[in-house]
Design a protein around this ligand. Structure first.
Ligand code: G3H
Length: 482
């Protein structure tokens, strides 16, 4: 979708496969193909977004607020009519369970409606007249410019739209490149984008990062890099920009959220939450619990019950009843998880659950590794997949030092009963990360609350409330006359 036109594609294409097999003997299923765009198409999309921002009449950023809202409402209504096909593609493309795929779609629709309401409020509150030393200022909140928007494969709809929608409604224009997995599910929405927004406001391109995103960054004409993914890609893209100081960043990056299980924790609740936290969507969430610190006094009880619960989880296709574990969309992920397991075993950990490490098609059954130490790769790296490192502790100060030393700072889950005793710990933890979850797994939602992180976990804050501010700047017109 470039400059308001759905361009017919005659060039080369790239096949998109599902890690779900439709045959008895495992073979990835061919789902479709996408255009392999290159530099020319990328720069055409860029020019279209730049022109829509500042050239000609009736420009998107200068449009009346009510008109921009009308476009967004038109878009979300059309999007709602595509629920069935998008949910189906979420299951096939990224292996998300039926329930979670429906949740992702519905949550995105709700996010858009909430953003519209928040924007109305923000616009009312931010429009101000101010006077000082004989100068009158008419202050407004305005857009930042042209945004390059790149989303992740684990929430190809919801997280991408959590960037794109607030960026657009604030009056920015955008070039959006869908994630490699979860790319086809954008196709049913292309017509809604085309018919709801003026030409050039949103441009959607396909292709490899180095062929389409790199030339856009190199042009120096991008004002905002909006990305949810890993720091490596974010840094590589920033480095392409000829003047990095000019580039605004809205980045949601990696995390290694720990669970801390104290001796007086409610065991049943803790285990329920740790199962959800570590293994929802096979652990492929930036908010997943990626390290469990359990107090030595209760480690045996915890591990016995936890491993039994992990082994009882059902693997299968995303639409099957009761299935919690599903094929992994990235073909090389099981191998990577195996390497983490092998490294931990070589350094003294054991797999505690019977099924840990079993391979099925493009899946590896979650292994509970214990005792994990700092030297192991699974302690240091964001696994983003089904493997659960558990580390014993007996000194809370040593544990706090470890959390403080981490390169990441998104969230912590703290399990314990005595709130009076917990409170100093909560105060310390919330200054090391950005969200402390009491007796519950880490998560992003509800989407109205700030979603961010310290250190390598995020730059800027996302949420219905905060994203509008992250994608805007306060501007004003000054005059000497009232
Ligand atoms: O991958 C990171 C997502 O923001 C996780 O969101 O906690 O709603 O699953 P979630």
């Amino acid at each position: 979708l470039v400059n308001g036109q759905l361009k017919p594609w005659t060039g080369t294409t790239t096949n998109v496969y599902s890690s779900i097999s439709s045959t008895e003997s495992y073979q990835p299923t061919l789902l479709g193909s996408i255009p392999s765009m290159g530099e020319n198409e990328a720069l055409e999309a860029l020019t279209s977004a730049c022109d829509a921002y500042h050239k000609g009449q009736g420009l998107w950023p200068t449009m009346k607020v009510a008109d921009r809202i009308e476009c967004m409402e038109k878009f979300v209504k059309q999007m709602e009519s595509q629920r069935e096909v998008v949910v189906k593609l979420l299951m096939w493309e990224i292996g998300k369970t039926l329930g979670d795929s429906q949740k992702e779609f519905d949550r995105t629709v709700e996010y858009i409606y909430d953003t519209i309401e928040e924007y109305k409020q923000l616009d009312r509150d931010s429009a101000k007249f101010s006077k000082r030393d004989g100068v009158y200022a008419h202050i407004r909140r305005g857009p930042l410019g042209v945004v390059l928007c790149l989303g992740p494969y684990n929430y190809p709809l919801n997280e991408t739209f959590a960037l794109l929608i607030p960026a657009l409604i604030m009056g920015n224009t955008a070039i959006f490149k869908p994630a490699k997995h979860g790319v086809l599910l954008i196709s049913p929405l292309l017509e809604a984008f085309r018919s709801s927004f003026p030409k050039g406001v949103v441009n959607i391109i396909y292709g490899r990062g180095r062929e389409v995103a790199a030339p856009i960054m190199k042009s120096g004409r991008i004002d905002v890099l909006a990305l949810i993914g890993n720091s490596k890609s974010a840094i590589a893209l920033q480095d392409q920009h000829p003047n990095k100081n000019r580039l605004r960043l809205v980045l949601g990056l990696e995390a290694k959220n720990p669970a801390v299980v104290l001796p007086d924790a409610d065991m049943n609740l803790t285990i329920d939450e740790c199962i959800t936290g570590t293994l929802s969507f096979n652990g492929q969430r930036c908010t997943a619990l990626k390290l469990v610190h359990v107090h030595e006094q209760i480690q045996d009880t915890f591990l016995e019950q936890f491993t039994a619960r992990v082994d009882a989880m059902k693997f299968g296709n995303p639409w099957e009843e009761g299935v919690k574990l599903t094929p992994l969309p990235e073909p090389d992920k099981p191998e990577y998880i195996q390497e983490l397991i092998d490294d931990a075993l070589a350094k003294g950990a054991k797999i505690l659950n019977k099924r840990g490490g079993e391979r099925t098609d493009n899946f590896i059954f979650p292994a509970v590794l214990f005792p994990v130490t700092k030297e192991m790769h699974v302690y240091q790296e964001e696994q983003f997949g089904p493997v659960i490192p558990v580390k014993p502790f007996n000194d809370i100060q040593v544990l706090l030092d470890e959390i403080a030393d981490s390169n990441y700072g998104q969230q912590v889950s703290l399990f314990g009963k005595d709130v009076y005793e917990l409170s100093p710990l909560i105060d310390t933890l919330v200054n090391l990360v950005c969200r402390v979850n009491l007796n519950s797994a880490c998560q992003r939602g509800p989407d109205v609350f700030p979603f961010t992180g310290r250190k390598d976990s995020a730059v800027a804050t996302l949420s219905v409330h905060d994203a509008l501010r992250s994608f805007s700047i306060r501007t004003f017109v000054a005059s000497k006359d009232n």
